[in-house]
Design a protein around this ligand. Structure first.
Ligand SMILES: Nc1ncnc2c1ncn2[C@@H]1O[C@H](COP(=O)(O)OP(=O)(O)OP(=O)(O)O)[C@@H](O)[C@H]1O
Ligand SMILES: [Mg+2]
Length: 246
């Protein structure tokens, strides 16, 4: 499989604090990777470091063979990194449609394609960002990342704090994006079993290092590893649920 994204011995953090102590992982063309681990182990910091929002301390980040670890976040988007922040990052004073078209770049994912993926967004196209439910905000956040037409999509807890029925809807959309469309992705998710079912590989972090790396199918069956690193059995959450957002 052609390697699309490579992290090799990545060290990064915030200010003087080093949070990632040499993280290595790779994502192949068309591959989806689940990034798991307890609260505070460095999952968001890993995605932030790919995007370029942390202090770099060493190691390699490459997309499509191009080293990007010293590029600005803007240049990394140009290199093909698409990103959905944990705090969603939509423009509250723009409409749904303006939020999407403001960032769109030419490619397979255009307004029509994201409206097909999320019919609710089409229904709410004239609503402002601050007039959306938590689930709709998350759909908009994913739509905005898709219309950048990235080589790789980074999703940080896309279902966090949402009602179960919305969680199902979002996971079904993510399945379509990674399975049917074959877009490479790294997905941080608390719903371990559900995300293992729609990803190829899984990486578990523990205190800023990779504690486990293997196939998602194998990990889904490996109760001992799930218990050891995530503190859960089959079907439970990977980390403590946070406050309901909406
Ligand atoms: N902006 C920041 N400045 C300083 N330290 C930070 C910052 N953001 C996170 N950290 C620290 O980095 C470590 C890893 O945090 P990170 O947000 O990457 O964890 P996480 O695995 O995403 O956790 P969660 O499951 O709670 O989202 C934590 O110790 C956290 O306190
Ligand atoms: Mg996080």
């Amino acid at each position: 499989m052609t390697e699309l994204l490579t992290l090799d011995g990545l060290k990064a953090g915030y200010g003087k604090a080093v949070v990632l102590h040499g993280v290595s992982l790779s994502v192949g063309q068309g591959e989806a990777v689940a990034l798991l681990g307890r609260n505070g182990v460095g999952k968001t910091t890993t995605l932030n470091s790919i995007v370029g929002l942390t202090r770099y301390h060493g190691g390699k980040v490459a997309v499509g063979g191009q080293n990007i670890e010293r590029l600005t976040p803007e240049r990394r988007v140009e290199a093909g990194v698409g990103w959905v922040p944990q705090e969603r990052g939509i423009f509250r004073s723009l409409t749904v449609e303006e939020n999407i078209t403001a960032v769109a770049r030419p490619g397979r994912w255009d307004l029509a394609a994201v409206y097909q993926l999320f019919p609710r967004l089409k229904e709410r196209r004239s609503n402002y960002g601050n007039q959306l439910s938590g689930g709709e905000q998350q759909m908009l956040s994913i739509a905005r990342a898709l219309v950048l037409n990235p080589k790789i999509l980074l999703l940080d807890e896309p279902t966090e704090g949402l009602a179960p029925i919305i969680v199902e809807e979002l996971l079904a959309a993510i399945r379509r994006i990674v399975r049917d469309e074959g877009l490479a992705a790294i997905i941080v998710e608390q719903h371990a079993q559900q995300i293992l079912a729609i990803t190829d590989k899984a990486v578990i972090l523990e205190r800023g290092t990779v504690a486990y790396s293997g196939s998602s199918a194998a990990l889904a069956q490996d109760g001992a590893t799930l218990g050891k690193f995530l503190g859960v059995g089959a079907g439970a959450a990977t980390s403590a649920p946070k406050q309901q957002r909406h």
